[in-house]
Design a protein around this ligand. Sequence first.
Ligand SMILES: Nc1ncnc2c1ncn2[C@@H]1O[C@H](COP(=O)(O)OP(=O)(O)OP(=O)(O)O)[C@@H](O)[C@H]1O
Ligand SMILES: [Mg+2]
Length: 383
Amino acid sequence: MLTFAVTGEERDWSKRVVQQFQLVAQIFANVLSRKRADEQLKKQLEEIEELRQRLEKENICLREELGQAKGFGKIIGSSEALNYVLFRVGQVAPTDATVLILGETGTGKGMVANAIHGLSSRKERPMITVNCAALPANLIESELFGREKGAFTGAHTRQSGRFEAADGGTILLDEIGELPLELQSKLLRVLQDGELERLGSAKTVKVDVRVIASTSRDLKEEVRAGNFREDLFYRLNVFPVTIPTLRERADDIPELVRFFADKYSRKIGKQIETIPKLAMKAMQEYSWPGNVRELEHVIERSVITTEGTVLLLADRLEPIQGAEAVDSSPRDLAAMEREHIARVLRDTGWKIEGQKGAAKILNLHPSTLRSRIKKLGIKRSLN
Ligand SMILES: Nc1ncnc2c1ncn2[C@@H]1O[C@H](COP(=O)(O)OP(=O)(O)OP(=O)(O)O)[C@@H](O)[C@H]1O
Ligand SMILES: [Mg+2]
């Protein structure tokens, strides 16, 4: 702003000049500041849009997580094997180290990841889960890293990815073993430099994300077979946490059975007071290929069908045949396909069609899935 020193005699005359000068100066200043304000506004609008997108993304992911997280809560069990897992969790949680959670399906990898995030300094920020197996391969990249408008046909808007949504928090890369090779190198770069580019953009975005990866595959074997990058494996394998199968910690079964019986009794409004010794023994001797998830479903079904206060097992716990056998290292492609389809069917309770149906998850047409089930000879083993 312009200021003038004004003497007493010149007062009347200079007042007019001063006013004119001030007017001119004001006009200049106005033009300048409007330009600056315009630029600032544009920048702020961009930032708001960015934040809005991030928020939207976080909300979507949060909702998804809440949807998945039915039964999320305390980790039950006090076997030595599980205690060791919890000890490892306690050790690594407060650090920012990358964690690799290994374990068969249904052993509680998701729960352990939640616990690590919940015990970390990032707990006030979200943990974003990406299921590398459930996303179609052509969408994983834009889901993870985001995309610019027009990056590909159908990309009508700019969208930030899940890594950006997890900024300041944690990302859980679930079923990391399913990540396509070409994306593995991009992921490696994010892990190494904390930098990424959105699809269709040359601009580098910096993110601060703690990575937890989980898989039910033998990653070392995948590396040997050429399906998984060795350098990425070493990057992820900083602090492995292996969750033992349920059959390796049968000691946990009674506690889990009581926990789930209580949970579903309360939920369904029944009063189960006794779990027969024989039923408990059968459960401790069964091999639980679906681990804790399978046990939980068996108990839920049993609570539903029990009349009275003594739990009656709804399933005959016999060794499962064919595709659902304990063998977790199928040798040929058909066996792998059979195992995968059988697993999805088991998880969906053999629901084939619809939003939560197996066909949708497997990205297959329901009739294609049906014919594959027939061709591969997959049978429903539990009622
Ligand atoms: N120790 C436990 N205490 C209580 N509930 C458990 C425990 N372990 C697993 N569960 C329950 O079992 C189910 C499966 O757990 P979770 O989803 O964490 O397994 P997962 O290893 O991630 O399985 P997948 O490989 O299929 O993704 C969940 O409903 C979870 O609540
Ligand atoms: Mg999981």
